[in-house]
Write a protein that binds this ligand. Structure first.
Ligand SMILES: Nc1nc2c(ncn2[C@@H]2O[C@H](COP(=O)(O)OP(=O)(O)O)[C@@H](O)[C@H]2O)c(=O)[nH]1
Ligand SMILES: [Mg+2]
Length: 401
């Protein structure tokens, strides 16, 4: 299915034009280098997310949770002391993605909203998270109004839901869903008439980011960002969040799919490295590097890692099958497929890349190989996720027994 292969049609057209311009300007010779740089571009896109709210709201804990680092780790935000000035916390896998722990409004250095707005420089943030562990304050609302007037995105977040759930569990009439609904509607009441969308309120626990609205929040932040920033944050999110949300998993998959035709173009432009056993040459180094990105992005455990060792034998074997690192292994993997069908898919790119594809076989073969590999890694990743989920469920069951 053609539509399956290209996630974001409109953007592919925009990007193909970008490539065409580059060819017009610099010729074909430098395409390889251009594409390699272009594929790394997401790592240099800056994203600044502001995390606001009173002291004790869970700001530092949130910046740690979303970055998937423990409160005790190096680079973790301190959850024992309050921030006195905006402090950036970079994502461990991408230093251009920063979560800013903002000081509370009403603290000595920031006595009121006016001083706050002046000192904190709201313009520089791409989205705002407003946290509370109890009720949203007047200052929270004023800040949200201010952000809205700047036409930027903001989200209201109620933290420490795990504590509410624990307390509720002690009651005989335990009903988690009803309790969450009540907290949500209390938050809305508390926010007043100006902010009345239920979807804008997120109930989370920073200590259990796989539960409640944490994944929905991560997705909402992504949706609020422009294309390239969204792609950058999507590819920077860690394993736990990716596994806890089908939507984020799919987002990663789409971002990876969107890179394939670029690599096929680079491969076609570069010198061909013939793979033994394949009738056409593809750029094996490019493919292997991309495959390694697929594995890490979709959360496959490294061969030999503690997580890998604990997997079922059959799953381990599947992980091994896609943990290809040499040209010979790649050739064995690909030789079991026939290429014709995908070459047809690739034809739509020919008007653009035709110029540089003296031998179109290389474009088609690379394009095809990467789709097969991504598909294979996806299947294994889903298997690993399912196994992890099943294991967690049975551990919970045995605890309850
Ligand atoms: N149970 C629970 N405790 C939390 C949560 N978020 C933060 N905390 C705790 O609340 C305290 C204040 O959190 P912190 O992140 O430092 O808040 P900040 O002052 O807004 O930066 C710390 O002891 C955290 O461990 C949460 O979602 N659930
Ligand atoms: Mg703090």
């Amino acid at each position: 299915m053609a539509s399956d292969f290209v996630g974001d049609d409109e953007w592919v057209n925009v990007e193909m034009e970008e490539l065409q311009r580059e060819i017009d300007e610099s010729g074909v010779a430098k395409i390889d280098e251009f594409v390699r740089k272009r594929l790394q571009q997401w790592e240099s896109v800056e994203v600044n997310i502001a995390v606001a709210g009173d002291s004790g709201a869970g700001k530092s804990s949130f910046t740690n949770a979303i970055r998937e680092i423990c409160d005790e780790d190096e680079g973790a935000a301190d959850v024992t002391e309050s921030t006195t000035e905006p402090t950036p916390y970079a994502h461990p896998t991408n230093s251009n993605i920063k979560f800013w722990d903002l000081p509370g409004i009403g603290t000595p250095d920031y006595p009121d909203l006016e001083t706050y707005v002046e000192k904190v420089q709201l313009e520089k943030y791409d989205a705002f998270l407003i946290l509370t562990a109890t009720r949203f304050t007047k200052n929270d609302l004023l800040l949200a109004e201010k952000i809205r007037s700047m036409q930027k995105s903001f989200f209201f977040i109620r933290t420490k839901i795990d504590e509410n759930v624990r307390a509720e569990k002690r009651k005989q009439s335990y009903d988690e869903k009803a309790m969450l609904t009540k907290i949500r509607s209390n938050c809305l009441k508390n926010l007043g008439d100006h902010f009345s969308n239920v979807k804008d309120v997120f109930l989370i626990s920073n200590h259990e980011p796989d539960k409640w609205d944490f994944a929905r929040l991560a997705q909402a932040i992504l949706d609020a960002l422009p294309k390239y920033q969204r792609q950058s944050l999507t590819l920077s999110l860690g394993k736990a969040i990716t596994r806890s949300s089908e939507e984020i998993f799919q987002g990663k998959l789409d971002a990876l799919k969107g890179r394939i035709w670029w690599i096929a173009a680079a491969s076609a432009a570069g010198a061909l490295v013939p793979i033994p056993g394949l009738s056409v040459g593809v750029d094996a180094a490019l493919i292997l590097r991309e495959l390694s990105l697929y594995r890490s992005q979709l959360g496959l455990p490294e061969v030999g890692s503690a997580e890998f060792v604990k997997l079922h034998l059959a799953t381990r074997e599947k992980v091994l099958q896609v943990s290809i690192t040499t040209v010979a292994q790649l050739s064995v993997f690909l030789v079991s497929y026939t290429t014709e069908a995908t070459i047809e898919e690739a034809v739509r790119f020919i008007p653009f890349v035709g110029l540089l594809v003296a031998s179109t076989m290389s474009f088609g073969a690379t394009y095809y190989a990467l789709h097969k590999l991504l598909e294979a890694v996806k299947d294994v990743a889903l298997l690993v996720i399912k196994e992890a989920t099943d294991k967690a469920a049975s551990e919970l069951d045995s605890k309850m027994d």
